[in-house]
Design a binder for this molecule. Structure first.
Ligand code: PLP
Length: 410
């Protein structure tokens, strides 16, 4: 009898108490609700290229179609031989030292591997240095694993590069590792060799592992070169993450990888943990693994997007200039990826809660951005814009943003 049965409720695990992932959080829920009611929303909130008209090279689709019938079974848990061989060659091109086929793990996107790598590492109270602002999955997974995410500041005054003094201040005997996101989401920064070398020096001095998220390594503009930090640290243990979601515009296929390199002997036990977790999830999506070789070895259509005249390049030029033109907004020009992280002048606008700011903008102008605190940025004075939409759409959005700010709580 339903009337008399006990009223039991189910709560989420307390492991989730301090976990935050606002890129798809409450502001997005509100946008979805508005959309269901028929409101058109300008979405500048998610780094998903395909819905904005970016297409993977035809040969990738051809290859997947061609191979699909043979991808019905599980693969080896770390991934298909051919996919890992292609990733190994990619690692060689990036001068990542001491990598063989067993050092490569494919995943359902880099996301799965971030989770796996943190779960295998952290015990309660272990500390890990993570940038602020960050791609919040890193902090979320470190926290979920029971670790303590300690945020080091990236300095807007210095092109958003990591602040070495802040890193040094925050290392202690419980610190196991440092995370780098290079090129960076949300700032679009690209770290030069000298900056990377300083991080390696700190990691060497304090015997830290290095985790480097390089998913945007092929979306670099202005003729700049992307350097993998692992290539500068053959004596340290490094884990480098990348994938095809952004470079090949196939975020929905779910394929990423991680590469172990350098001094693997010091991480033997950790690697056993990685292998156990990798085995437990059986394997990553096999049809997506099957296209890695063609994608990495074939036509790199992304190169056409990031040069003058290309969509990502031109959209960056537009959004940077348009945002900087708005009184009270300033920004560092991004060099890579497709994000910009502008600053709001809080002397001009009295904003104390940036999530509320994002909600107000959404409700008033139907524009969806992500507030800075969603990226573990401590002050309510930044937001992230994804500049994947075409210039016409970005123009519409920037006009509306300017208009909104003119009247917003001055
Ligand atoms: N790392 C960074 C810095 C990202 O921005 C993203 C997605 O936006 C990911 C990892 C996750 O990518 P995926 O799981 O699609 O490989």
């Amino acid at each position: 009898n339903l009337e008399t049965s006990p009223r039991r409720t189910f709560s989420k695990s307390t492991k989730l108490d301090n976990v935050l992932y606002d890129v798809r959080g409450p502001v997005v829920d509100e946008a979805n609700r508005m959309e269901r009611n028929g409101t058109h929303i300008l979405k500048l909130n998610i780094g998903n290229p395909a819905p904005f008209g970016f297409r993977t090279p035809d040969e990738v689709i051809y290859d997947m179609r061609h191979q699909l019938a043979d991808c019905q079974g599980y693969s080896a848990s770390q991934g298909l031989f051919a996919a890992r061989k292609a990733i190994m060659q990619y690692a060689q091109l990036k001068k990542i030292p001491n990598v063989d086929i067993d050092d490569i793990y494919t995943g359902n996107g880099v996301s799965e591997l971030i989770n796996l790598s943190m779960s295998a590492l952290l015990d309660d109270g272990d500390e890990i240095l993570i940038p602020s602002p960050d791609y919040p999955l890193w902090t979320a997974c470190a926290t979920l694993a029971g670790g303590k995410a300690v945020h080091y500041i990236c300095d807007e005054q210095s092109e958003w590069y990591p602040d070495m003094e802040d890193i040094k201040r925050k290392v202690n005997s419980r610190t196991k590792a440092i995370v780098l996101i290079n090129p960076n989401n949300p700032t679009g920064a690209l770290y030069p060799r000298e900056v990377l070398k300083q991080i390696v020096d700190i990691a060497r001095e304090h015997q830290l592992m290095i985790f480097s998220d390089e998913i945007y390594d092929r979306l670099v503009m202005d003729g700049e070169e992307h350097v993998s930090i692992a290539s500068l640290a053959p004596d340290l243990f490094c884990v480098t993450f990348s994938g095809l979601s952004k470079s090949h515009m196939i975020a929905g296929f779910r394929i990423g990888w991680m590469i172990l390199s350098g001094n693997k002997a010091i991480a033997k036990d950790y690697i056993e943990g990685l292998n156990m977790l990798s085995n437990m999830r059986l394997c990553s999506n096999v049809p997506a693994q099957a296209v890695v070789q063609t994608a990495l070895g074939g036509h790199q259509s992304v190169n056409d997007y990031i040069i003058p005249g290309g969509r990502i390049y031109e959209q960056r030029e537009f959004i940077y200039n348009a945002l900087c033109d708005i009184p009270g907004i300033s920004a560092v020009k991004p060099k890579a990826a497709f994000y910009i992280f502008p600053k709001i002048d809080t002397k001009k606008f009295n904003i104390t809660n940036d999530e509320q700011f994002a909600l107000d903008l959404l409700r008033e102008k139907k524009i969806l951005i992500v507030h800075g605190s969603g990226f573990n940025w401590k002050d309510p004075d930044h937001f992230r814009v994804v500049y994947l939409p075409r210039v016409e759409v970005l123009e519409d959005a920037s006009v509306k943003l300017r208009d909104f700010l003119e009247y917003y709580r001055q």
